[in-house]
Design a protein around this ligand. Structure first.
Ligand SMILES: Cc1cc2nc3c(=O)[nH]c(=O)nc-3n(C[C@H](O)[C@H](O)[C@H](O)COP(=O)(O)OP(=O)(O)OC[C@H]3O[C@@H](n4cnc5c(N)ncnc54)[C@H](O)[C@@H]3O)c2cc1C
Length: 390
């Protein structure tokens, strides 16, 4: 392994992850059908394989694997593990909790929280979105007020991925409402802090086995040592976590698009109408071709983020581009898969709908695709539409 080239190293990782997933992740208790639950046993299996530790440094219990190798692992898991909700939970944990603590935490904070997050014994989530602060995230009104050796948090967070099962959250609140974005600060809040209430899982259209909830902070007191980064530095922490998350979280959809394509090809080769396989009809074949082209266009966009981050470079523009393209590709792929299956694709029992429903969320989470377009335009030097407002 030590003398191998980077591409040989990635091929080895891919082969190892595929073997692991084929042995341990093909039998989630429930995918599709409506009664999906978080698959803790699947989480534990991924943790034991080191998947949850992948991008973290060995010093903090990680595997020092880098982002590109993690992305390749996620792609591979997406081809094999039908439970995208589980993979989504792993991604949310990594990019919105572990990476901010790694990037902004003090050594003491890293020592305290990263080993548990790396070995999967502790599940992470993050609370940024609020009822009145979604795309306009820094208009949040949750507050943090210093009281001696403590911060006192009050407010309500929506759509917290992993919320119902998480042990530790990165939560954003304003320490100075008058400063807007510059008043937002990040905090590490453990689930068992008095004053923190976590809801039951919300019913979602897709990614149903990844539990999403709300968290309410009511006079929730945490030690001053739980502030993450600097006071007023929350936007840098949030933007860093979104830069990692936006592209990387889509890697699993590339894998699932591959799986969809394989199933769709098998179907159009075997299903016969007008005395021939439906794959011989040009309009059916075109859908298959489009599915293939999307996968091949999507993969390098996501891997490029891994290469940039692994070499210490900024990937804000590239992660917005990847997020926008891959999420739209995943939805289009789901629609094409359903169409080539005809009415069979529309029956829940055949589960062709599951990946489509899972993909729909990707156009919304990590910042909607409209906002990715706004960001890309701004990063290309166009004037911003987000200044001022009515
Ligand atoms: C599966 C899932 C998991 C999530 N996990 C988390 C999590 O773990 N933690 C967390 O904090 N949040 C999470 N979210 C919330 C997510 O980040 C927000 O839903 C998202 O940022 C959009 O906010 P909103 O839903 O309030 O929509 P809104 O901001 O109300 O937007 C509604 C519509 O208006 C459009 N719009 C708004 N402003 C503009 C503009 N300036 N230009 C163009 N169009 C605009 C949007 O694109 C969208 O179509 C999750 C969401 C989903 C679906």
């Amino acid at each position: 392994m030590s003398n191998s080239t980077p591409s040989e190293r990635l091929a080895t990782i891919e082969a190892e992850i595929r073997a692991f997933a084929e042995a341990h992740l093909v039998d989630p208790p429930c995918v599709g059908g409506g009664d999906e639950v978080f698959w803790r046993e699947g989480w534990n299996r991924c943790a034991a394989e080191g998947i949850i530790a992948g991008p973290l440094p060995a010093e903090w219990g990680g595997r020092d694997q880098g982002l590109l190798a993690t992305i390749v692992s996620m792609e591979t898991l997406g081809t094999t593990c039908p439970d995208l909700g589980l993979l989504f939970s792993i991604n949310a944990h990594l990019w919105a909790c572990s990476i901010p603590i790694l990037s902004f935490g003090t050594d003491e904070q890293k020592r305290r929280w990263l080993p548990g997050l790396a070995d999967g014994s502790s599940i992470g989530g993050h609370g940024a979105t609020e009822p009145n602060a979604g795309s306009d995230i820094f208009s949040m009104t949750s507050t943090a007020v210093r009281d001696g050796d403590e911060w006192v948090l009050d407010g309500h967070k929506n759509f917290v991925a992993n919320g119902p099962v998480a042990d530790v959250f990165v939560v954003y609140a304003t320490t100075d409402p008058g400063l807007g974005e510059l008043g937002v600060t990040a905090f590490i809040v453990e689930r068992d802090r008095p004053g923190l209430v976590v809801s039951k899982p919300l019913e979602k259209v897709g990614l149903r086995s990844s539990p999403t909830g709300t968290i309410t902070m009511n006079d929730c007191r945490i030690p001053v040592g739980n502030m993450l980064g600097s006071e007023g530095g929350g936007s840098a922490c949030f933007n860093c976590s979104m830069e990692w998350e936006r592209g990387s979280i889509l890697a699993m959809h590339i894998g699932s698009m591959e799986r969809q394509l394989k199933d769709a090809i098998a179907h159009v080769r075997s299903r016969r109408q007008f005395n021939r396989a439906i794959g011989s009809f040009q309009s059916v074949a075109n859908r298959i071709v489009d599915m293939k082209v999307r996968i091949d266009a999507a993969r390098p966009l996501v891997r490029r983020i891994g290469e940039l981050k692994d070499s210490g470079r900024n990937a804000m523009l590239e992660s917005a581009v990847a997020k926008l393209f891959v999420s739209e590709a995943a939805v289009a792929s789901g629609l094409d898969a359903m169409q080539v299956h005809g009415a069979r694709g529309y029956l829940s029992e055949n589960r062709v709908d599951v990946e489509l429903r899972d993909a729909l969320g990707a156009r919304i989470y990590s910042g909607t695709n409209d906002l990715q377009r706004v960001m890309i335009a701004r990063l290309l030097g166009l004037p911003s539409s987000l200044v001022g407002g009515d």
